[in-house]
Ligand binder design. Structure first.
Ligand code: PGA
Length: 269
């Protein structure tokens, strides 16, 4: 798993005007993405189309923050997965803010995963425990349930292609305090990635367990990002607050691409 590309995804949440989001994307377009890294940004729906057009000739990928599970129809205010075709490569499914604030159910995430697959949009399934669940040592049970339900309508071949973002609810920043908010520890993330891969392997086979990509999200910033990226089995980061300015986001991209110098071996005479 160590030779895999690192994915650095920026979730803008409900921030920026269209003009600001487009200006941000313009700044990223001028950057050189380091070898071995993929960068994707997830602006709000109104900015998606324009940013997708301007990013076409750049390595920056685009993702949507949400879409509905029906392909079309009388669902006022929603956007459908097929509408994202040709615009977004990725779509977030089941972000904790959607589950907690918008009342999205586990069953909704199952339908959305299937809808994303049908439309050829790669889903990034977000899962994570609350502080109470963590304190009651229910993290494993909760993640297992979230995964089992969300993936229930997919085949092994489909599951192999998905991305899972482990985002403990208690670690997610308000958007302003990402530098000082409590993040998970690399040891916790290491245990969780083993658990996620085990659950997926049991349900969809060993291959699927190995092939799925796992991101960590929750108060990541340029100071702590390397420690998370160094965890075996972690393929990248889903960044919220720190992605809201190029100055705080891009150093994380650069760090993900920095080659660790080989140990110098001094021969004894
Ligand atoms: P944060 O958000 O980096 O601001 O904690 C992460 C997320 O919610 O995706």
């Amino acid at each position: 798993m160590s030779g895999r590309r690192k994915l650095i995804f920026g979730n803008f949440k409900m921030n920026f005007s269209v003009k600001q989001a487009v200006s941000y994307a313009g700044k990223l377009a001028a950057k050189t993405v380091p070898e071995g890294v993929e960068v994707a940004i997830f602006p709000h729906s109104l900015a998606l189309s324009e940013i997708a057009t301007m990013s076409q000739k750049t390595p920056i990928k685009i993702g949507a923050q949400n879409a509905y599970f029906q392909d079309q129809g009388a669902f006022t205010g929603e956007i459908a997965m097929p509408m994202l075709r040709g615009i977004a490569k990725y779509v977030l499914v089941g972000h904790s803010e959607r589950r907690r604030i918008m009342g999205e159910s586990r069953d909704d995430t199952r339908k959305k995963m299937a809808a994303a697959m049908r439309s050829g949009i790669k889903p990034v399934l977000c899962i994570g425990e609350t502080l109470t669940e963590r304190n009651y040592r229910q993290t494993g049970t909760v993640l297992n349930e979230m995964l089992t339900v969300a993936l229930a309508d997919l085949t092994s071949e489909e599951v192999e292609k998905i991305i899972i973002a482990y985002e403990p609810v208690w670690a997610i920043s308000s958007g302003d305090d990402f530098a000082k908010h409590k993040a998970a520890l690399p040891e916790d993330i290491s245990k969780v990635q083993v658990l996620i891969r085990r659950v997926v392997a049991e349900l969809y086979g060993e291959d699927a367990g190995k092939k799925i990509r796992i991101l960590y999200g929750g108060s990541t910033n340029a100071d702590n990002s390397q420690a998370f990226l160094d965890v075996e089995g972690i393929d990248g980061l889903l960044v919220g607050g720190a992605s809201l300015s190029v100055q705080t986001f891009w150093p994380m991209v650069e760090k993900a691409g920095a080659k660790i110098p080989k140990k110098v071996i001094i021969k004894k005479k």
